[in-house]
Design a protein around this ligand. Structure first.
Ligand code: DGJ
Length: 736
């Protein structure tokens, strides 16, 4: 019996040793994981310590050696794929946690990887990592969009410890670029001056671009950037990394530029993610924490291609119904502000009809009864039509619009509340507001607490009720006019550090529900101008309001800035009373994006109305190429007083070129307009369009046939004369 027991023990021990050896053997077998798009690849290797390392990122390695593990045996030890804090990695980590027992370290080992093919274009690679000791798991996900050359990366974090683990840092991605210098193109701005940019050589050390604004998170800094390793890239030359974090809350883009003569080499670590500021997140056992997606691309032919990759990705996967035909519209905001009646609105419908737009969009000021919304001081939160202004309700307006053969759209700002409102009187506990501190209003309003599921129900209900009680509403403008300050949630009580993250999630929960119920509704994301220009929210919206600044010269710059990351179909550009430029100049600039008007059409002359009408007709006729064509930025407005850009459709048979003279001076000389994206072997007719009746074509050769090759090499001589003039050229392939 004793011998038998000993034998049993012996065999058990041997089995355990064999299993351990197998396990160690398995972990010692280095693995290579390749994430590839049409032109680029990202390669990971599992090193002999079972840690995941980044082996390659950039232009696709065509050679079969890409998959050969031995090629990476001399991999720098400090190219970790997702470094954790607390152990050997001494630079900024991607993740740092405090375990339930207080241990502040993480040692992530490779477990396994798998690939899920969604379709011919998209495959998702999942790489599972686990702490060597603790039941703590991180899965990295890489969604590769082959034709777009874009990858989306995010991480899933969970654990099975006994009590909550604190997530102190939790990036979405961690990528290494190797070079001696790095040039960062960084986008920033403020209200009415969105999407400026500058290119800076990154200093050694850590450079952060971040937001702590909660709502309106992109008001100052934008979570989209480009990096050119070694030397600055231009539109058509040079290597460019372009990235964007899809998150509608506090973000942090960290760039750690490491100059080390040892293990790290000269490298730049890109660490984009949620800003952990005041947000050490308590993750309960088995709860799943998904980080936001970080979207990135790589171009070896300059910034232009990087932008086109982003545009294609956005239309196919990034925004809601990217290919849905956008509706042109007339907005009443700058015509009436808060001052309108049912009858004045119905009269304005005639203007929309006259210029041929699809939708009349009713802006702020239509709601509130006990506290009417006659200005921005009251009514926000009370989403019932004001009985004095609109005695017959919204449905009457929808019907009147339909009778005039246009559609009706409406403005809401459902995340906000004025203290002077019935909603606030009934639910003072639903706002974000610090105890024991003076209340901090901005535009006289407070932010509703979207961490609270009851508030989420309310906000969803605003949309649900409006759209179901008034069937036929064809357009929503969703505004958000303040960022968070003095923030505290009654609902979260002792868990305030979850506030910023859970707010954004609450916002997405509501949007999920809205989209489930109203998938075909066209929705514009607005935030006091462009305060929410990022892909986290745009997943649920078709388009966004770019800026309250609609002065067309300023718009040339703002729209240029957006064009680096957002396709034209998503950037709402309106013709308004801002600026003294001609109506033609204003319309030409607005036609560059998603066209709308915000002027009182009934005050225009008959000739002006006819001009608007013909421009809208041109826009609709060319909408496919204008909204979905490939963008080529030809002459930037920054270094001279002219600008030029063009869109080319996928067949290369049709293109539209926009040319602008800004504040030009006599004697100035300009470069030729060198076209791009055409077929050099084909011939094209180049014709000026959008000409007011009395004006002849500024382009003397209008209607002439050119070789594609000529247009793309010699191009056209700059032909615009005088300050604040503009011209649109329609380019059509011909068989001659
Ligand atoms: C800010 C937006 O940017 C404007 O277009 C307008 O909708 C106002 N809010 C209304 O309050």
């Amino acid at each position: 019996m004793k011998k038998q027991a000993m034998n049993k023990r012996y065999w058990l021990k041997t089995l355990l040793i064999v299993m351990a050896c197998c396990y160690l053997g398995k972990s010692a077998i280095a693995q290579t994981i390749i994430i590839a798009t049409k032109s680029n690849s990202l390669i990971f290797k599992v090193d002999r310590n079972n840690h995941l390392q980044q082996a390659w990122f950039g232009e696709k390695l065509q050679s079969s050696q890409a998959a050969d593990t031995s090629m990476y045996k001399d991999l720098p030890a400090f190219n970790p794929a997702f470094p954790s804090g607390g152990m050997g990695y001494v630079f900024e980590p991607a993740i740092q946690v405090t375990h339930a027992d207080g241990n502040p370290s993480l040692d992530l080992n490779y477990i396994e990887s798998s690939v899920e093919k969604e379709n011919e274009d998209v495959s998702i690679t999942h790489i599972q990592l686990k702490d060597a000791v603790y039941p703590f798991y991180v899965t990295l996900h890489f969604k590769a969009c082959k034709n777009e050359n874009v990858v989306e990366e995010w991480a899933t974090i969970r654990h099975e410890e006994k009590s909550p683990v604190t997530l102190n840092r939790y990036a979405s991605s961690f990528l290494t670029l190797s070079a001696n210098n790095f040039y960062l193109t960084h986008f920033y701005g403020d209200w009415a001056s969105e999407m400026k940019y500058e290119e800076t050589k990154l200093p050694e050390g850590i450079y952060n671009i971040q937001s702590k604004l909660g709502t309106r998170a992109t008001n100052y800094e934008v979570p989209s950037f480009m990096i050119s390793p070694d030397k600055p890239a231009d539109e058509n030359h040079g290597n460019v990394f372009a990235g964007s974090l899809a998150w509608s809350g506090n973000f942090n883009l960290q760039f750690e530029n490491i100059r080390s003569n040892g293990h790290a080499g000269n490298s730049l670590k890109l660490i984009p993610g949620i800003n952990a500021y005041a947000s050490a997140y308590l993750l309960k056992p088995k709860e799943i924490f998904n980080t936001p997606h970080f979207i990135f691309t790589w171009s070896t032919t300059g910034k232009g291609q990087a932008s086109r990759n982003f545009h294609q990705w956005a239309l196919n996967y990034g925004v809601w119904n990217g290919h849905q035909k956008r509706q042109t519209l007339l907005n009443n905001w700058e015509t009436t502000f808060f001052n309108f009646t049912q009858d004045t609105l119905v009269k304005l419908f005639d203007g929309a009809k006259k210029i041929g737009v699809d939708v009349f969009l009713l802006d702020d000021g239509w709601f509130g009864n006990k506290h009417p919304r006659h200005g921005d001081t009251a009514g926000l939160g009370d989403w019932q039509a004001n009985k004095k202004i609109l005695p017959d309700g919204i449905q009457y307006l929808v019907k009147q619009a339909a009778q005039k053969d246009i559609k009706f759209g409406i403005w809401v700002e459902p995340e906000m509340v004025n203290p002077k409102s019935e909603l606030y009187e009934q639910h003072p506990e639903w706002v974000l507001k610090l105890p024991n501190r003076p209340v901090n209003l901005s535009r006289n309003q407070l932010v509703l607490d979207l961490t609270n599921p009851k508030v989420q129900d309310f906000v969803f209900g605003v949309l649900h009720n409006l759209l179901t009680e008034n069937p036929g509403i064809a357009y929503i403008k969703w505004d958000c006019n303040r960022f968070m300050t003095n923030t505290y949630s009654n609902y979260l009580a002792s868990n305030q550090q979850a506030l910023y993250v859970d707010y954004a999630r609450g916002f997405y929960n509501v949007l999920e529900r809205v989209r489930k119920e109203f998938p075909d509704l066209e929705m514009m994301l607005c935030s006091g101008g462009g305060g929410r220009a990022e892909y986290g929210a745009l997943k649920y919206f078709n388009e966004f309001w770019a800026s309250d600044n609609t002065d067309p010269v300023e718009r040339i710059f703002i729209q240029w800035g957006y064009s680096y990351f957002f396709p034209a179909a998503t950037v709402c550009d309106h013709v308004t009373n801002w600026g003294n430029e001609s109506l033609k100049f204003k319309i030409d600039v607005a036609m560059q994006g998603k066209l709308g008007f915000d002027i009182n059409i009934n005050r225009l002359t008959e000739k002006e109305i006819q001009f608007c009408r013909s421009a809208v007709d041109n826009y609709k006729r060319l909408q496919d190429v204008l909204n979905y064509g490939s963008l080529y930025r030809l002459i930037a407005p920054y270094n001279s007083s002219i600008a030029s850009l063009m869109y080319v459709d996928s067949s290369r048979k049709k293109a539209v070129v926009f040319n602008y003279n800004m504040n030009v001076h006599h004697g100035d000389t300009y470069q030729n307009i060198i076209f791009e994206g055409l077929n050099p072997d084909k011939k094209y007719e180049v014709k000026e369009i959008n000409l007011p009746e009395e004006t002849g074509s500024a382009f003397r050769q209008s209607g002439k046939i050119f070789d594609g090759d000529f247009l793309m090499k010699e191009g056209l001589t700059w032909y615009l004369n005088g300050a604040l003039t503009s011209s649109i050229l329609e380019v059509t392939e011909v068989d001659k």
